[in-house]
Design a protein around this ligand. Structure first.
Ligand code: UTP
Length: 302
């Protein structure tokens, strides 16, 4: 019998965001704006779009701003209503009307694997999705739907993978893969977190979307701290992919669409420029300014 479709999503947002200090001293990096919405709102919208409406955020310190963002702000709403600014009123309500969120504290930032383990009491014994809160997938290039379909058909767990330049693979988790009958699906036979020189089994990088079998919790519990002294989800998935238990198979879905890593400063800037250029309200003026800046001002002022 086909299992009921997934409804639960876990979004870890408990990292220290050290690459963005001091901006992330008092707010999580997932609250940094990507134009006029915090990064985390794009991720929550993606989750809701595929029907994952039971969302648990695994938070660290500074969770207050996250909770406030997804709550109503009556003072702002009343002011906008008084001014008759319907458009902004709708945009402000959008974030609080999206979905009802649940929160759990991670306690200490011991790694993404540890953050996922904190979700066990909420998730229980069913497959669930994990969306990293600083990793944006362009809604024009859907990914999670495909991953959920693969998990429903194959069981086990499914990891999103992206081909990267061999010079960059040391920045990611890297998967050893074998092809399947479907061009965009591979079987994962091992994973290495941030491989050193000569250690990368492929150029398939792990990106921030996972559909996981609940058996992962026991495996994480038995996973020792790895790279950076953190409990890595990649290491737990590596063990799972090598085991022969019923919940073992780990598949990868190869993603070739648009992805924005807002946890990295240079990628964060590129994300904002790309999305601003495409926006109907800002794009035309911004593109014209950018073209002039690059061809004229930038060279003039160097
Ligand atoms: P990152 O490794 O990119 O986040 O984790 P980080 O550790 O905060 O970043 P830097 O390197 O110090 O700048 C990917 C996602 O997992 C969450 C982060 O918040 C981010 O969304 N995370 C990471 C946790 O929830 N808990 C952790 O212990 C670590």
């Amino acid at each position: 019998m086909r299992s009921p479709r997934l409804t639960k999503a876990v979004i870890p947002v408990g990292g220290l965001g050290t690459r963005f200090l001091p901006a992330t001293k008092a707010i999580p990096k997932e609250m940094l704006p990507v134009i006029d919405k915090p990064a985390i709102q794009y991720v929550v919208e993606e989750s809701v779009t595929v029907g994952l409406t039971d969302i648990l955020m695994v938070t660290g310190r500074n969770k207050r701003s996250l909770e406030d963002h997804f709550d109503r702000n009556l003072e702002i709403e009343e002011t906008l209503a008084r001014r008759g600014d319907e458009a902004q009123l709708l945009r402000v309500r959008e974030s609080s009307d999206l979905v009802s969120l649940h929160y759990v504290r991670q306690g200490a930032a011991k790694g993404v694997g540890h953050a996922v383990l904190c979700a066990q009491p909420h998730v229980g014994n069913e497959p669930f999705a994990v969306l990293l809160g600083d990793d944006l997938i362009d809604p024009r290039d859907p990914l999670l739907d495909r991953m959920i379909a693969v998990q429903e058909r194959c069981g086990g767990s499914v990891v999103a993978l992206m081909e990267v330049d061999p010079r960059d693979i040391h920045l990611y988790g890297c998967a050893a893969v074998v092809p399947t009958d479907e061009a965009d699906v591979v079987r994962i036979t091992g994973l290495v977190e941030k491989p050193g020189p000569g250690e990368a089994p492929s150029t398939c990088a792990v990106i921030g979307r996972f559909v996981l079998h609940p058996g992962i919790f026991d495996v994480i519990r038995g996973t020792r701290p790895g790279r950076g002294g953190e409990i890595q989800l990649t290491d737990a998935l590596d063990s799972l992919s090598r085991s022969r238990t019923a919940h073992a198979p780990v598949h990868g879905v190869l993603f070739s669409g648009r992805r924005y890593d807002t946890g990295d400063r240079a990628d964060y800037l590129r994300t904002i420029v790309r999305l601003a250029c495409e926006r109907g309200d800002l794009g035309p003026d911004f593109r014209a300014w950018l073209a002039a800046f690059v061809s004229h001002d930038f060279h003039e002022t160097r």
